[in-house]
Design a binder for this molecule. Sequence first.
Ligand SMILES: [Zn+2]
Length: 258
Amino acid sequence: MDLSLYREDVFTHYKSNSQIARVLSEAWCSSEMYCPSCLNDRIDKLPDNTKVSDFVCGMCKNEFQLKCSGKKLGRKIVDGEFNTMIRFINSNSTPNLFLMRYSKDDWLVKKMLMVPKFFISQSIIEKRNPLSPTARRAGWTGCNILLDRIPEDGKITIIKNEKMIEKSKVHKIWERMNFLNKKKPHLRGWMADVLKIIEELSKEDFNIQDLYKNKEYLCELHPDNRHVEAKIRQQLQYLRDNGIIEFTTPGRYKLLKE
Ligand SMILES: [Zn+2]
């Protein structure tokens, strides 16, 4: 995999920096990026007027959206219109997300993460303030994707420190978490939220009380649900059934590593 984005012709065609970065990063994905889901060697660029998705895998039909930045990836990623995003999540049609960081000094891909579509739930979407009445698109309300609410397995590293991570490793994490894909959107959100809390405990093993301590946070994320404790217990069972956690002794649980 060649990590260089540089292409002379793009610099003569385009003037604005953001446009140049966009064209270069898309061209790079078309020629260098593979499909993490089925390991197809290539992904294909979709026509420019396609809504949301930028690439599709010809084999498994997974779609991908590319977001690139010349700056360090922060905890928030700016996304599109809030209600559209929620609609996409609820109808199971969000694409997988590639997050690329490049450097404008040498035009190299420094870092790339993928957030699989099954980790994109309402819990990680933050509504932004509507645009002011004087703005051209007055009232338009955007959203942010909150990366710090996504569990580690939902932020799969593809390139780190200008080095490509082995494809098989990337694919293994995708496969390990792919069971979420079969769950309904709201349930997937619950599972990812509970998994994130388990990760943040940073304990060798934990008990149910450790999780109940985070009830308020889960209530905030799922305001319509009044049975939070039952929901937590249900997620533990799902996570166990799918090999993510282990029930050790009665009432004690352990997060399994890949
Ligand atoms: Zn594929």
